[in-house]
Design a protein. Structure first.
Length: 280
């Protein structure tokens, strides 16, 4: 969680330059998002489910991807403006959301999109309720976090579906990681490349469900149901192409994570309370 003020040694001129740079970046993404809405109708389509239902698979999944990118850019602008001002005033702020196109795991989406919310959930709900570090204990603490998330975002049907699917996804991901640790001696039979391919292959269906759950959150029940129906009732060829693309997304995301961890080793890690690995 964020700590209180820290006195900065940076002079006013430097802080003003950083503020100007941050605000210009936010203004660019605001303009880009605004102009894109003249050509890509993310919000308008959500109000016309009958039209969305007529989309072929390429158009439908492209529309879904754009909904995610639009949602991401919206929060880059919202958070970017407020955090730019806060940084200028020497108030510690969480980093901006990571691009959803480079995240393929449920746990990473919760950690790196709304980092302030994740820090709050970990500090005030997950850790205090985690009485034992067993799988059941972690699952219960995770469940309580998602109950809060459901109430916080609004007690509505599409929010409930989104929260339930996310809880199931996070639990399945955690369970799979536990199984991998338990059967590590078996997995080691594969070399590192095949281990990565195996993990990405298993992550692909979870990524598909993760996307559909977010579509419920972005556009409501009707649009979410259209995506869910298409996911389970599309032609075999379209399903094969979809999961191949999702597999490629998992590979790209994994590669970026490896590069990022390697890069971060060269930087000084920020100090702060360490809550260890979580189930959220």
């Amino acid at each position: 969680m964020l700590q209180s003020h820290n006195k900065s040694t940076v002079n006013l001129r430097t802080r003003l330059l950083i503020l100007a740079k941050d605000l210009l970046r936010v203004a660019w993404w605001c303009l880009f998002t605004h102009l894109s809405l003249y050509f890509l109708y993310a919000s308008a389509f959500s109000l016309n489910p009958k039209l969305v239902k007529k989309f072929n698979s390429w158009a439908l999944y492209g529309y879904g991807y754009w909904m995610g990118q639009f949602f991401h850019l919206k929060y880059v602008v919202f958070y970017g403006f407020s955090t730019s001002i806060a940084k200028f005033e020497n108030v510690p702020v969480p980093p901006l959301p990571k691009c959803i196109g480079r995240i393929h795991l449920y746990s990473d989406m919760w950690k790196y999109f709304d980092r302030g919310l994740h820090s709050f959930l970990v500090k005030y709900i997950y850790v205090p309720t985690l009485t034992e570090k067993s799988f059941i204990g972690k699952t219960l603490s995770s469940f309580l976090c998602f109950v809060f998330v459901y109430i916080w975002h609004g007690v509505q049907e599409f929010i409930l579906v989104w929260a339930i699917l996310n809880f199931i996804g996070v639990t399945m991901e955690s369970g799979f990681k536990s199984l991998c640790l338990h059967y590590e001696h078996v997995i080691k039979i594969l070399n590192s490349r095949w281990q990565r391919r195996f993990v990405c292959l298993l992550a692909s269906p979870l990524l598909a469900v993760s996307c559909v759950s977010n579509f419920y959150f972005f556009a409501g029940m009707n649009i979410g149901n259209i995506f869910a129906d298409r996911l389970f009732n599309d032609s075999l060829w379209n399903e094969a192409v979809l999961f191949f693309m999702l597999y490629c997304c998992c590979q790209v995301s994994t590669e970026i994570n490896i590069w990022e961890k390697s890069f971060m080793k060269t930087l000084r890690k920020p100090s702060g309370r360490n809550y260890g690995k979580t189930h959220l």
